[in-house]
Design a protein around this ligand. Structure first.
Ligand code: NDP
Length: 247
């Protein structure tokens, strides 16, 4: 087993499915002990824990609703208490609520902001309080912060654009402690949120240099890079992994 992250502890905000689950498996494979935060998918979160344990790693699942500051903060505090430290936070929890501007409900607008932006701030704040020198905050943003080429995604694109500014400011706040703060900005990735097989998917491929969806494991590899010692000089960045979607 790779031991790059031996002794480290990671909290995955939204680790039950998709990109977050892949990031959890990858960080565990590199030696980190991992907390799988989930909101609704308890069974899926436990399945990720079992996969990690079967591969020789250490993980546990904990309910942490990203739209509920108290729930998210207490889950992060509990992770730090359980393992005695916290080194890596991955913010992957996200919702994609689509609709035309004229009809888009304020409830959906507020939910988008609560999970995709406020939850990232809350988790980062809670995690930073526990992190030592060298900590890592890694958000899953989106290429839609740079290019929004289909209708109905205004609130989603806004939420991912907000993260670009958030990491720049947070990188400054936490730089003195050598904690790095970065976004990963994926293009279409084959998950429940954006399945690779659909008419919508074909339309997306037409916009890309590489005409396919990416995989959650490809994004997890970039998470592993940002978590690694090799990425110690990368902070405040928004790193595209989008098959040329924004090119
Ligand atoms: P999935 O729909 O596969 O998974 C979403 C994850 O977010 C689940 O683990 C879910 O947990 C969690 N989540 C949703 N709401 C909450 C909440 N309130 N509190 C805690 N967790 C929550 O999506 P992806 O893996 O594709 O998306 C992960 C991130 O990547 C998102 O931020 C998304 O915007 C971003 N992204 C995805 C792209 C894609 O094409 N797939 C492209 C670019 C960015 P649970 O089921 O337990 O509620």
């Amino acid at each position: 087993m790779n031991s790059k992250l031996n002794g480290q502890v990671a909290f995955i905000n939204g680790g039950s499915r998709g990109i977050g689950a892949a990031a959890a498996r990858r960080l565990a494979a590199e030696g980190a002990r991992v907390a799988i935060g989930y909101a609704a998918s308890a069974i899926a979160a436990e399945a990720v824990v079992e996969q990690i344990k079967a591969a020789g790693g250490e993980a546990f699942a904990i309910q942490a609703d990203a739209s509920d500051a108290a729930s998210l903060t207490s889950a992060i505090d509990a992770t730090a208490a359980r393992y005695g430290r916290l080194d890596i936070l991955v913010n992957s929890a996200g919702v994609l609520l689509l609709g035309p501007t004229e009809q888009f409900s304020l409830a959906d607008f507020d939910r988008t902001l609560a999970v995709n932006v406020r939850g990232v701030f809350v988790a980062s704040q809670a995690a930073a309080r526990h992190m030592q020198d060298g900590g890592r905050i890694i958000n899953i943003g989106s290429t839609n912060a740079q290019r929004m080429p289909f209708e109905g995604g205004a609130a989603y694109a806004m939420s991912k654009s907000a993260l670009v500014g958030l990491v720049k400011g947070m990188a400054r706040d936490l730089g003195a402690r050598n904690i790095t703060v970065n976004n990963i900005a994926p293009g279409p990735i084959d998950t429940d949120m954006n399945p690779a097989e659909s008419d919508f998917a074909l339309g997306l491929h037409g916009l890309m240099a590489l005409k396919r969806h990416g995989t959650a494991d490809e994004v997890a590899a970039m998470v592993a890079y940002l978590a690694s010692p090799e990425a110690a000089f990368v902070t405040g960045a928004d790193l595209l992994i989008d098959g040329g979607f924004a090119a």
